[in-house]
Design a protein around this ligand. Structure first.
Ligand SMILES: [Zn+2]
Length: 258
């Protein structure tokens, strides 16, 4: 019998463990770790560059809005701890886990049965209202929302149609060291090409707004939703997300400094 590879993330649904590791990482990496809301008995946090500097691109990351997508929360933390922060070339804001109850219970929805990623039009949902308030008037040069998908046959990306150059193909190339690229021509009813779904977002295209809509309407010209396949090994999914985050930041810096 072959040797079974150990799972490196056996506590990926332990929110307390995630937050303890984040506190340590934030302290070491020059980030403030800020509580901004509580929901269903869990405190929500964001991490933000302690001393932002003008002229550096602002990068936004979020994870765990769907609690059954644990590679996203692990990957955000892994990237922050492995990327050499604090670094003097970017400002950073990270939402490490937008749905702690979902993470703990391995559920897509929150404790009230809501898909939080369809509530950004609705100020009556406390977690998303608090998230929007925490964003304030901040503008980001790049925003990445991390997700996973049980139906995926590989990694794929939604990219908002905005100013060129586009980044998705390069990100998929970086992820392809760890995961296949989803070959389907249609994903979630939208046309896809080599794992890229590039779309023009308008306010009325969906009545229930996902996070990416709010980001695109108010906070960034570049919003990408990164999707890894839930049924791949979690180590590969984490590695795929980390590779995409790192490549996206590199590419964004190249756009700033041609
Ligand atoms: Zn998701």
């Amino acid at each position: 019998m072959g040797r079974i590879r150990p799972i490196l993330h056996p506590r990926a649904h332990d929110y307390g463990f995630l937050i303890r590791r984040w506190r340590t990482a934030a302290r070491k990496r020059g980030l403030r770790f800020v509580p901004y809301a509580s929901a269903s008995g869990y405190e929500l946090f964001y991490a933000i560059t302690r001393r932002p500097a003008a002229g550096r691109p602002w990068i936004y990351l979020s994870a765990g809005i769907h609690g059954d997508e644990p590679a996203t929360t692990e990957a955000c933390l892994e990237w922050v701890t492995s990327t050499g922060l604090p670094r003097d070339d970017i400002n950073l804001m990270v939402f490490p886990c937008l749905n702690p109850w979902g993470l703990v219970n391995n559920r897509r929805d929150d404790a009230e049965g809501r898909d939080l990623n369809r509530t950004y039009h609705d100020d009556a949902v406390p977690q998303t209202a608090a998230h929007k308030a925490a964003l304030g008037k901040l503008r980001f040069d790049l925003a990445l929302a991390l997700h996973e998908d049980y139906d995926a046959r590989g990694v794929y990306i939604y990219e908002t149609r905005g100013p060129a150059p586009y980044l998705a193909e390069e990100l998929l190339s970086a992820a392809s060291r760890h995961l296949p690229i989803d070959p389907r021509r249609s994903i979630e009813g939208r046309s896809s090409r080599a794992g890229v779904i590039r779309r023009t977002i308008t306010r009325d295209m969906m009545p229930e707004h996902p996070e990416a809509f709010v980001l695109f309407f108010h906070h960034t010209e570049r919003a990408l939703t990164l999707e890894t396949p839930s049924e791949a090994h979690i180590d590969a999914r984490v590695a795929g997300h980390v590779a995409m985050i790192e490549r996206a930041v590199q590419l964004r810096l190249e756009i700033s400094c041609p």
